[in-house]
Design a protein around this ligand. Structure first.
Ligand SMILES: Cc1cc2nc3c(=O)[nH]c(=O)nc-3n(C[C@H](O)[C@H](O)[C@H](O)COP(=O)(O)O)c2cc1C
Length: 388
């Protein structure tokens, strides 16, 4: 099974990603991985750390002469912003070490301190920090190159920041490709983007933060990735879990998930039509005129674009901090003020693309075999020629 995991703390020497069961024979572009890392650092409303983090992917294993060889792919991203106590790796004596005993509301700090039996919340926040999403993006960029080889593409865009949203028009995949990355907030509509920037400026002035909604789309998918057979083989579940795992995401919607719950079934579902001139493959001639299902029915891809939306909470580190308790003194205090972003929705969209790429690449190799690119190409070819 193609999957990945990560290691590394926010101010440690490096982040590490390990991709397992990636097919052999794919020519991998490291520049393409670095481009994704640059995209994650952008977006209006990010902090000064983003300028420090000029992330570069270093491939430690799994490649030979630029091609994958079927062994685990290890990726390292060095942290520019390191702290001595995170790099020593040895027990350091008391004097220089000041534990952080004040948990920040809205973060992993308090639950993690209790869970891992520590009153130094740095032990928790160093790993819980969204810095970790950099290496997710690197791993996603590898998965993405596999999907790309088979004509599967993924994009994302911002559809709301705070209470400022885009209009009702549904933008095409190509419109998002062309316009999203050129916008300071990765929003396709210029007028809405300008209002979003102003909302971020106002929140910053008030020492506050903003959340919002991003949308991820995936196109070029064959029918039948994922399976209805078990709860854990359903692709909708895997995608929702992957998107929900992004720090700050509190809601996930597939297709018209929330709005369709308010309408009658006859006005929601995507009727099936037949025209012999429509594209080939196992679904020859079958097509839909709508995509309320967001490309997923019964836990499987139905050939339409996958549409995922994620609601991000406003970030929790505030310049006007909330009340909390000092864990050692047990006295009421204000949470720490650290260098923090005001709004991370544009960056979270890029992380959403990476997570989607990983889940889709895994589902794709489940169906078409994952040992070598050659074997996958043969399987995809025969699937496309197959009659129903
Ligand atoms: C790309 C990215 C950057 C983030 N940057 C910050 C930040 O600067 N400050 C902050 O309080 N939260 C930030 N967050 C969100 C926190 O990491 C997250 O809210 C926190 O770890 C608690 O997890 P939860 O919100 O999923 O419960 C960021 C999230 C993402 C995806």
């Amino acid at each position: 099974m193609l999957r990945f995991m990560t290691a590394g703390e926010s101010h440690g020497p490096a982040l590490i990603g390990l991709i397992e069961a990636f097919p052999a024979g794919l020519e991998l572009s490291i520049d393409a991985i670095d481009r994704e890392l640059t995209r994650r650092r952008q977006g209006y409303g990010r902090s000064r750390r983003m300028r420090l983090e000029q992330d570069r992917a270093i491939i430690l294993s799994g490649l030979r002469r630029g091609r994958t060889i079927g062994s685990p792919i290890a990726i390292m991203i060095e942290n520019r912003d390191r702290r001595p106590e995170m790099t020593a790796g040895r027990l350091t004596s008391g004097a220089s070490h000041r534990p952080i005993t004040i948990p920040r509301p809205g973060h992993a700090d308090l639950a993690g301190a209790i869970k891992f039996a520590t009153s130094d919340v740095a032990d928790v926040l160093e790993r819980a920090s969204a810095r970790e999403t950099a290496v997710r993006v690197a791993c996603g960029a590898v998965a993405r190159q596999l999907l790309d080889h088979f004509g599967i593409r993924i994009v994302s865009h911002t559809i709301a920041i705070g209470s400022v949203g885009i209009g009702r028009k549904r933008h095409t995949f190509e419109e998002i490709v062309i316009a999203a990355d050129g916008s300071p907030v990765r929003c396709v509509e210029a007028a809405a983007a300008a209002r979003m920037v102003r909302a971020i400026q106002a929140a910053k002035k008030d020492k506050d933060s903003l959340g919002g909604i991003f949308e991820v789309r995936a196109t070029g998918l064959p029918i039948g990735l994922g399976s209805n057979a078990q709860w854990y083989t359903r692709l909708d579940g895997a995608l929702a879990a992957a998107i929900m795992s992004i720090p700050s995401v509190k809601g996930v919607e597939i297709g018209e998930g929330f709005s369709c719950s308010r309408r009658r079934g006859s006005l929601v579902h995507d009727a099936v039509y037949y025209d012999p001139r429509q594209s080939g493959g196992p679904a020859k001639g079958l097509f839909r005129k709508s995509n309320a299902a967001g490309g997923l029915e019964g836990g499987m891809t139905n050939g339409a674009e996958i549409v995922l939306r994620a609601a991000c909470k406003p970030i929790a580190t505030l310049r006007d901090p909330l009340a909390t308790i000092d864990l050692t003194a047990k006295t009421p205090v204000r949470a720490m003020v650290t260098r923090a972003d005001v709004c991370i929705v544009p960056a979270a969209g890029v992380v959403g693309e990476a997570m989607t790429a990983m889940v889709l690449a895994s589902a794709f190799t489940d169906v078409f075999g994952g040992d070598s690119l050659h074997q996958m190409e043969e399987n995809v070819r025969s699937y496309r020629q197959r009659e129903l």
